[in-house]
Design a protein around this ligand. Structure first.
Ligand code: FAD
Length: 281
């Protein structure tokens, strides 16, 4: 049970949603955009989130697109993780979505909700970071297109009143070889010890991780080391481990030493796999 009540709005257009936000903000209702509502429940019960009004984006048509348009795969923010997992349009994103939570929660959690989450993992961003995706953001000033590297630095940085409508990815990236592995402590369903995502382009292998540090990230410095094929694989991995951009998490799921051990082995598996795969672009 939540200890507070809130009004529920389900606008059917982008304009209606952003205008509602402004109105509710003026009424001091601390409005929140609403996807699957699972985080609102989880954090609301813990008194870590409070609102008097939510704006559900699920009826907005642009938020429900899952299609290829003008050489881009377009994925709406209101789609559930199950929608992504079952779609064949963007396999890297689909396989990443398929390891988040359990089936029941994936039926509820939305793409946009995962990306905008306060919970640190935000695993759905991993393939987006590696494919130079573009975020389509709506706000009172209109709709803007922003590269993932600018709008997602550890977390999604939106201005007040803005919401995520869609993500667009160049279709060329969606056919490249990838590796996505989630390592958990022991259960089949849990937050990750770490989730490693690799993408092989025609020039190099790209790397992003969730669960290792307090935020998901792509690391160009680590990529430089793993792609230095003048060195043996084990040495490239050791050098990459020296470039992790923030402290490694040390918690009940695993010590930082254990996480590094898991990363070392998972990187070995991923690089061995991708270096044996041909790239067609
Ligand atoms: C059982 C369970 C297991 C989980 N396991 C994992 C896991 O393994 N990996 C992982 O990464 N996460 C995991 N999560 C976390 C989950 O992905 C996040 O809590 C996510 O925010 C839930 O999405 P939602 O659609 O239900 O969000 P909501 O509760 O609707 O919203 C969450 C936040 O996102 C904002 N928001 C929602 N949609 C938009 C939008 N379109 N634009 C801007 N802001 C928006 C809301 O205002 C709110 O701040 C798990 C959650 C649960 C309940």
């Amino acid at each position: 049970m939540l200890h507070f009540n809130f009004d529920y709005y389900d606008p059917s257009t982008i304009t209606e949603a952003v205008q509602l936000f402004v109105k509710l903000e003026e009424e001091r209702k601390n409005p929140l955009y609403y996807g699957g509502g699972t985080e609102l429940l989880t954090l609301g019960r813990l008194n870590q989130i409070f609102t008097k009004a939510v704006i559900d984006v699920k009826r907005i048509p642009e938020c429900n697109v899952l299609d290829v348009k003008r050489n881009s795969v377009v994925v709406g923010a209101a789609l559930t993780l199950t929608d992504l997992a079952e779609s064949k349009v963007f396999p890297f994103l689909g396989e990443t979505a398929a390891v988040i939570g359990d089936r029941t929660s994936r039926n509820q959690i939305t793409f946009g909700g995962n990306l905008a989450s306060d919970i640190i993992y935000r695993e759905a961003v991993l393939p987006l970071l590696l494919t130079d995706s573009t975020f389509v953001i709506a706000g009172n000033e209109g709709v803007r297109h922003v590269p993932v590297q600018q709008i997602f630095k550890g977390r999604l940085h939106l201005n007040k009143g803005e919401f995520l409508v869609q993500v667009k990815t160049d279709v060329q990236y969606t056919t490249l070889p990838f590796f996505i592995v989630k390592k958990r402590k022991s259960e089949r369903v849990d937050y990750p010890l770490l989730t490693l995502a690799l993408l092989k382009t025609n020039t190099s292998i790209r790397l992003a991780v969730s669960g290792l540090c307090e935020f998901p990230f792509r690391s160009i410095a680590m990529e430089k080391e793993i792609n230095n094929t003048d060195l043996p694989l084990e040495e490239r991995i050791e050098r990459a481990l020296c470039c992790i951009p923030a402290p490694v998490i040390d918690d009940i799921r695993g010590s930082s030493e254990y996480r590094l051990f898991v990363l070392r082995n998972t990187l070995f598996d991923g690089l061995t796999y991708l270096e044996g795969v041909r790239t067609w672009i």
